[in-house]
Design a protein. Structure first.
Length: 264
C-alpha cells in the first residue's frame, strides 16, 4: 500500500500518478478534495481510495492508520502535505510542517515492516540552516514543551525563515528515527525539492517575483522543477531499487542551492 499525504496537491498528485502499478491511499485535509482526486485517478485506471485527515490531530491520524491497516500492508508513506511560509503564522508553519510530520512518523512506525519506507518532504531551504545544537535539539523533538519557543528565537519573526528551520527539522527527524525503523528492516528518508511549479510554488513566485526569477537564473539547469521531477525520485526511493538508502536527504533542486549559498 502506498499512502500519500497532501494527495490532492501538485506533488502528491504527481506521486500518485507514478504508482499506477500499486494500490494507493490518498489523504488530505478536505474530504471533498480527496474524493475528487480519487475519482479522477479511478477513471484513469488506478487502484486508489482516500480518506480526509487533519495531520495535526492525533485521533485523525489514528483513523488514517486504521484505514491503511484494513487495506493491507504498508509499502510507503509519502508525506507531501505541508504549508509554505507565505501564511505569516509561525506557529502554524511549525505545527503543520514539523509536529505533524513527527506524529505521522510515530503512527506509521506501527505499520512499518521489512521493506516499508517513510519518505518525508523537506526543502532545499533546509540546507541554508547550519547545524547548531540549541535549535537542532528543539527541531528534533518538536512536541517537547518549549521547542517552538526555542526555535522562534532564531527566525526573526519571519514565517519564511521558520519554514527553512522546520524543513531542517524534517531532515533531523529522519536521523532520529533511522535506527528505530531499521530494526524492522524499514527505511526512512527525506527529499528536498527546490522551486517546483505547484500551486504553492506559483503563489511564492507571485509574492516574490524578482527573487523567484533570480533563483531560476541561478539554477544550473535554467528552469524550475515540475512535480514529476520530484515524483520520479520518490518512486525510486519507494522501490526495492533503493533498498540500501535510508537516513539521508536527496536534493531535487536543479543544483541551485549551492549557488544560493554563494549569493548569501
Amino acid at each position: 500500500m502506498i499512502v500519500i499525504t497532501g494527495g490532492a496537491g501538485g506533488i502528491g498528485q504527481a506521486c500518485a500518478k507514478s504508482f499506477k502499478d500499486q494500490p494507493i491511499i490518498l489523504t488530505d485535509y478536505s474530504q471533498k478534495m480527496v474524493d475528487e482526486s480519487v475519482e479522477t485517478l479511478k477513471k484513469e485506471g488506478f487502484d486508489v481510495s482516500g480518506i480526509a485527515c487533519d495531520i495535526t490531530n492525533k485521533s485523525d491520524i489514528e483513523k488514517l492508520v486504521k484505514f491503511v491497516a484494513d487495506k493491507g500492508s504498508l509499502k510507503a508513506l509519502i508525506h507531501t502535505a505541508g504549508v509554505s511560509g507565505t501564511g505569516k503564522d509561525l506557529k502554524k508553519v511549525y505545527t503543520i510542517d514539523l509536529i505533524a510530520t513527527e506524529l505521522l512518523v510515530d503512527a506509521f512506525y506501527e505499520l512499518a515492516e521489512k521493506g516499508s519506507v517513510a519518505i518525508l518532504l523537506s526543502s532545499m531551504m533546509a540546507h541554508t540552516i547550519p547545524p547548531y545544537e540549541k535549535y537542532d535539539d528543539a527541531l528534533s523533538n518538536p512536541q517537547e514543551t518549549g521547542s517552538f519557543e526555542t526555535v522562534s528565537q532564531f527566525v526573526n519573526e519571519s514565517s519564511d525563515i521558520m519554514y527553512n528551520f522546520v524543513k531542517r527539522g524534517v531532515i533531523l527527524l529522519t536521523h532520529k528515527n533511522v535506527d528505530k525503523w531499521g530494526e524492522k528492516g524499514a527505511r526512512i528518508v527525506s527529499v528536498s525539492p527546490g522551486v517546483i511549479e505547484t500551486a504553492m510554488g506559483l503563489k511564492a513566485a507571485e509574492e516574490h517575483p524578482e527573487l523567484m526569477e533570480s533563483i531560476k537564473q541561478a539554477t544550473p539547469l535554467k528552469r524550475n522543477g515540475q512535480p514529476e521531477d520530484v515524483a520520479d525520485v520518490i518512486y525510486f526511493l519507494a522501490s526495492d531499487a533503493a533498498r540500501f538508502i535510508t537516513g539521508t536527504d536527496i536534493l531535487i533542486d536543479g543544483g541551485v542551492i549551492q549557488n544560493i549559498k554563494k549569493m548569501a
